[in-house]
Design a protein around this ligand. Structure first.
Ligand code: HEC
Ligand code: HEC
Ligand code: HEC
Ligand code: HEC
Ligand code: HEC
Ligand code: HEC
Ligand code: HEC
Length: 262
């Protein structure tokens, strides 16, 4: 039999252990929070508000007023991170220094071109996308969200409500081969690159939205299927994807052949 006194000691010991565990857990989460803030701010800086930035950055301020992000109200712990500072981090150090460009290793203000993590504080799902096996090398620092998104402008999306073709322009900056003009264009491109490609990242090679014939059959299925166009595809569809095995290899448009071959 365990004595009453020993049992009590045992119990105290347990309470103590739990207390310590709680303390460690609490500390761990405080450190994590500090980490998160640390990643997306300049050391020692505090928030100064958008009007202060406006005194020196009139152009950016005017543009920003029309942007999607100017309508965002930040709530909770990060509520101070409003306006410019939601993306540039707290600005007091920059302002106290009279502004100016960052020097290497001495940043007074964050520039999201180099710090995509500021975007991830709100767009967490995008971080996951960039971590998928096939992705644009943003996390690797080889390109930036700003290569495709105009964060200050009235539309941070690279396309407009009226046409997806505008969106393609942003892609052609780097992917010139897909621009053409092709004697035999593939009309699918008029619906935008995003009809076939994910843009941030994907689990499929070349960031394709589907890795098999379904990519093409979404548009090319007709009532006479397996006839596509004038030819029966019954056997062909078992031989590989539509763009491999020497068939429609020039999916973006062809210089030689109306059936999109190279
Ligand atoms: C939604 C995020 C976001 C907000 C809000 C925002 N910016 Fe920016 N800012 C960026 C990004 C991204 C870049 C990098 C642009 C690039 O490199 O093309 C940038 C770049 C800049 C630059 C560098 C200029 C340049 O062309 O390289 C200045 C100055 C600037 N921002 C000021 C401001 C001011 C002032 C405000 C508020 C009126 C503001 N920003 C609000 C995302 C933002
Ligand atoms: C006292 C004037 C002044 C104020 C206030 C000011 N800036 Fe600047 N800032 C500058 C100058 C000057 C530059 C250098 C611009 C250049 O040479 O093109 C600059 C550069 C920047 C850059 C680019 C840094 C880099 O190297 O990539 C960003 C981003 C920026 N400012 C954001 C802000 C934000 C956000 C605020 C408000 C928190 C702010 N600025 C307030 C004067 C100011
Ligand atoms: C403080 C939170 C916050 C930060 C920081 C932030 N965003 Fe956003 N962003 C939002 C919200 C909220 C929306 C509107 C709702 C939505 O479409 O998800 C939005 C919308 C967008 C859109 C869609 C725009 C549209 O017109 O529909 C893009 C693109 C975008 N953000 C990119 C960025 C990039 C790139 C950065 C970093 C430079 C960034 N955001 C930083 C909160 C934020
Ligand atoms: C290669 C070009 C490209 C890069 C780089 C890029 N985006 Fe995008 N983004 C797009 C396109 C195109 C769309 C619209 C198509 C779509 O919805 O998939 C989009 C849509 C979005 C949207 C709004 C639609 C949604 O899914 O909610 C947000 C938010 C966004 N991007 C955030 C980001 C952030 C944050 C980064 C950087 C970490 C980034 N993007 C980098 C091209 C890009
Ligand atoms: C700033 C330059 C830039 C812009 C703008 C850009 N890309 Fe890219 N793209 C890249 C780079 C860099 C890679 C990675 C290539 C590599 O790893 O060798 C890439 C890879 C790709 C790939 C995969 C190619 C492969 O060989 O695996 C596709 C598909 C793609 N981009 C489509 C797009 C689309 C669609 C857009 C427009 C929404 C776009 N890109 C905008 C630079 C860019
Ligand atoms: C009809 C579907 C479709 C559309 C629309 C489309 N692509 Fe593709 N893209 C593909 C396929 C399929 C591949 C893979 C080709 C391969 O593996 O041989 C590919 C491959 C790529 C590659 C990798 C290099 C290459 O040619 O193999 C890049 C870069 C690319 N696409 C960019 C773009 C851009 C930019 C746009 C918009 C202008 C676009 N794509 C529109 C289907 C499409
Ligand atoms: C967004 C819809 C869409 C998607 C997805 C699509 N196409 Fe197309 N495609 C069209 C349209 C529209 C035309 C022109 C009208 C026609 O000939 O049916 C066309 C024409 C073609 C042609 C030329 C037909 C001819 O002989 O004149 C070929 C070949 C073709 N597509 C192959 C593909 C392949 C391969 C894929 C998948 C990688 C694909 N398409 C995905 C819409 C699409």
């Amino acid at each position: 039999m365990v004595s009453k006194k020993a049992a009590k000691g045992f119990y105290r010991c347990f309470v103590f252990i739990f207390f310590m565990m709680g303390l460690f857990w609490g500390m761990a989460s405080i450190c994590q929070a500090a980490d998160k803030g640390g990643a997306a701010s300049t050391v020692g800086a505090t928030y100064v508000g958008v009007e202060t930035c406006a005194t020196c950055h009139e152009k950016e301020y005017k543009e920003y007023k029309l942007s999607t992000h100017s309508r965002i109200e930040v709530k909770g712990d990060e509520a101070n991170a409003q306006g410019c500072e939601m993306c540039h981090g707290p600005g007091s150090v920059h302002v106290d220094n009279g502004g100016g460009l960052n020097k290497p290793g001495q940043e007074t203000i964050l520039n999201p071109r180099k710090h995509p993590e500021v975007c991830f504080t709100c767009h967490m799902d995008k971080k996951m996308e960039f971590r998928l096996p096939y992705h644009h090398p943003v996390l690797e620092g080889r390109m930036s969200c700003a290569d495709c998104h105009n964060l200050h402008g009235s539309d941070s999306r690279p396309w407009t409500a009226t046409s997806m073709e505008d969106a393609n322009e942003v892609c052609f900056k780097c992917h010139k081969d897909q621009r053409g003009p092709f004697p035999w264009e593939h009309q699918a491109l008029r619906d935008g690159c995003t009809t076939c490609h994910k843009v941030h990242g994907a689990i499929t090679d070349k960031m394709l939205v589907a890795r098999d014939a379904n990519l093409c059959l979404r548009c090319h299925i007709q009532t006479t299927f397996p006839k596509i166009g004038n030819s029966n595809h019954n056997v062909r569809l078992t031989q590989g994807t539509c763009w491999s095995t020497g068939c429609h290899t020039a999916v973006h448009g062809s210089y030689f052949d109306r059936h999109l071959r190279e």
